[in-house]
Design a protein around this ligand. Sequence first.
Ligand code: CU
Length: 68
Amino acid sequence: METLQLKIDGMTCQHCVMSVMKALKGVPGVSDATVSLTPGQATVTYDPAKATLVGMKKAVEEAGYRVA
Ligand SMILES: [Cu+2]
């Protein structure tokens, strides 16, 4: 397992935080994701053999937010 941090743009409230967290946890290979509103940031624990940064970015974007 590896951990990485993503800067997330577009979150304005706790609902956004939950949406981003759910999106990241839905990516195959991601085992855990913690998201904070201020600053907009996500810490993702993932299996590098299964999850990719591109996949994480796509999931966040599909939820309506952006990875900076
Ligand atoms: Cu919100």
